[in-house]
Design a protein around this ligand. Structure first.
Ligand code: GDD
Ligand code: MG
Length: 357
């Protein structure tokens, strides 16, 4: 148990990739499998035995503290530290330095869903007497991430953030262990990228930077489709979390939802509070936010349906994001990455892929 380790969670920055998914919450607070996304990460931190968590943000602290408070309901002590202007990942870590007292500090990107054994990451850090240790995972396309090659001893040899020509499929998973003094050495009071400045700087100064590679569940929640897949994994129990407000299964149905007995709801769908699902509708691996309405025989497949949005009779939304309160008219067909902005109303038959009606 990691009683002697503190955690820092980065939840600031611009985070624009999900917009405009919904206007109702900033990304770390978006309901994901029934609770704010961040609650899943906090539950894993708690399960590893860490007590103290510092949230480093550039948003209003109330965004988080209104929900998590002092953390005692989660068995944590949470402190909130706000940047006056976004300081980047490294600047955000440096900005919380004076709130830390442990020798080893776990730092998390707040938008990653992972099943990593945190104790094992800290063990690697201590065993290799590292200045910093990075959790690394292998992905199919490393170009959107920090590419991190290691040598036979598990020593990190380079850090290449978002490179077009990655030399390995091993990437930065967004979870680090730092010796506290290393955090102190990050320049204060200006934006710093931990990926582009701090890690390359540590490597060129000869610091020991270790990699901890594993094959546990891992997903970056950067895009809406990552979010919808991650949410379904949480509901089905594929992604571990102690914060799920119900048993794992094909669907998570929150209070006040009304689902017609002939509707089929599966694939790790979250049915939000007071959602209505009509006769013969089919919902697969989707997120239906509070108060959404799905009409008779409509199909919602791997999609996000915003709060109060309506998918009318026989419409199809597949791999799309429907903003809060938007209306997808009867028989519309929306597919493959489309996004409907909040409050937009598509008339019946207004947009289709096929000619038949
Ligand atoms: N406090 C604070 N201030 N946090 C920030 C800031 C800031 O100015 N900028 C970004 N963050 C937080 C984000 O909220 C997020 O939780 C985390 O830092 C990473 O920032 P992203 O903007 O999501 O970066 P990314 O997803 O493109 O890439 C990062 O994550 C990948 C893994 O998911 C990098 O660390 C990559 O190297 C890594 O592979
Ligand atoms: Mg990210």
């Amino acid at each position: 148990m990691l009683h002697d380790v503190e955690a820092v969670v980065l939840v600031g920055g611009k985070g624009t990739r999900l917009r405009p998914l919904t206007l109702s919450a900033p990304k770390p607070m978006l309901p994901t499998a029934g609770v704010p996304f961040l609650a899943h990460l906090l539950s894993r931190i708690r399960e590893a035995g860490v007590r103290r968590v510092v949230l480093g943000t550039s948003y209003l602290a109330e965004t988080f503290s209104d929900h998590f408070g002092d953390g005692s309901a989660l068995g944590l002590e949470i402190e909130y530290v706000v940047e006056n202007e976004p300081l980047g990942t490294g600047g955000g870590i440096r900005n919380v330095y004076k709130h830390l007292s442990a020798d080893d500090v776990l730092v998390f990107n707040g938008d990653v869903l992972a099943g990593t054994d945190l104790t094992a990451v800290v063990d690697t850090h201590r065993r290799t007497k590292a200045d910093a240790t990075l959790h690394l995972v292998r992905v199919q396309d490393p170009r959107a991430f920090g590419c991190v090659p290691t040598d036979d001893d598990g020593r990190v040899t380079a850090f290449l953030e978002k490179t077009e020509d990655p030399p390995t499929d091993q990437i930065n998973a967004g979870c680090y262990v730092f010796r506290r003094e290393v955090i102190e050495s990050i320049p204060e009071g200006r934006p710093v990228s931990v990926e582009r400045e701090t890690f390359p700087g540590l490597l060129s100064s000869g610091a020991r930077v270790s990699g901890h590679v594993d094959v546990a569940y891992w997903r970056d929640m950067g895009t809406p489709m990552d979010l919808v897949r991650g949410s379904a994994d949480l509901v089905r129990g594929v992604a571990p979390s102690a914060a799920l407000p119900g048993p794992t299964g094909e669907s998570l149905v929150l209070e006040g939802a009304r689902i017609h007995p002939t509707a089929r709801v599966a694939g790790g769908t979250t049915v939000g509070r007071n959602v209505t699902i009509g006769k013969g509708a089919r919902i697969e691996g989707s997120m239906l936010f509070d108060g959404a309405v799905v009409g008779d025989n409509a199909r919602v497949l791997h999609a996000v349906v915003g709060a109060g949005a309506r998918i009318d009779e026989s419409a199809l939304v597949s791999e799309t994001v429907i903003g809060d309160r938007a209306v997808v008219g009867a028989h519309c067909e929306l597919r493959h990455g489309m996004r409907v902005w909040p409050d937009v109303v598509l008339p019946p038959h207004g947009i289709r892929f096929s000619a038949d009606v």
